[in-house]
Design a protein around this ligand. Structure first.
Ligand code: NDP
Length: 225
């Protein structure tokens, strides 16, 4: 029985990955900031354990790691993320930029490191962090600098963690889910959430140490940094 921990599981891609993982018979520790208002998540059936987690709050992260002491984590999916609303040259909210860094760039490291012991108890531990093709330096664009820069920082943090943890047998990858119809992606996005989530879960299922430090999309294609 494999155990997955997913952050930001109350809506969007995180909710759909949780739904599909449960359908596959996996045990899912689904985390969100406020479980009391996560009705869609609570309605899911299967080996589901819903836990409170604000990925930017060290005491929240530590409390969950302590609650789960002794649990072997096969997969940690750092899915929680945010898209700033004011992030253009003419209309910049610097606080939002800082928040973008806290959630998108620093939290995946914070959460991964807190769960190192749980991951080490698995025979094939994997950390998958959802970043974005918009973080690629090769595909740089002129818009959404808070999002692009925070996700690029996440990519570098995950690349560093991959090198740090290679000898410990923990695989660490950055994943791009596609442009997906969620609150963040909007209704005009190219991809449905079901297709994105199933692709991501398939890619994650197949990850092993030979893949560590890679940046892949939801179809398993390698992306340029
Ligand atoms: P949504 O905006 O639909 O959902 C974001 C999730 O992150 C919510 O569950 C939200 O919780 C959670 N979250 C935000 N901040 C925190 C926090 N501090 N602690 C815990 N949870 C938090 O986004 P998507 O589902 O579309 O995106 C999922 C991931 O995929 C993100 O990392 C995103 O950047 C990435 N991505 C998405 C793309 C797309 O097209 N949709 C494209 C490329 C990457 P709450 O409800 O409490 O706010």
């Amino acid at each position: 029985m494999q155990t997955y921990l997913i952050t930001g599981a109350n809506r969007g891609i995180g909710l759909e990955m949780t739904r599909q993982a449960l359908e596959l018979g996996l045990r899912v520790i689904a985390t969100c900031r406020d479980p009391s208002s996560a009705a869609e998540l609570a309605a899911l059936e299967g080996l589901l354990d819903i836990q409170a987690l604000d990925v930017t709050d060290q005491s929240s992260v530590d409390a969950l790691a302590a609650t789960l002491t002794g649990v072997a984590l096969d997969v940690l999916i750092n899915n929680a993320g945010v898209m700033a609303t004011h992030q253009s040259i003419d209309d910049m909210d610097y606080e939002e930029w800082m928040t973008s860094f806290a959630i998108n760039a620093i939290a995946p490291w914070r959460v991964s490191v807190a769960f190192e012991q749980h991951l080490k108890s698995s025979s094939r531990p994997r950390v998958a962090t959802l970043t974005s093709q918009m973080a690629s330096l090769k595909r740089a664009g002129s818009d959404r600098v808070a999002y692009r820069s925070s996700k690029a920082a996440a990519n570098m943090a995950m690349r560093t963690l991959a090198l740090e943890w290679q000898a410990k047998g923990i695989t660490v990858c950055s994943l791009h889910p596609g442009w997906v119809q969620t609150d963040m992606g909007g209704s005009n996005a190219a991809l449905g959430v079901v297709e994105s989530a199933s692709g991501l879960l398939e890619v994650i299922d197949g990850l092993s140490l030979k893949d560590t430090g890679r940046f892949l999309d939801y179809e398993g294609e390698r992306l340029p940094w």
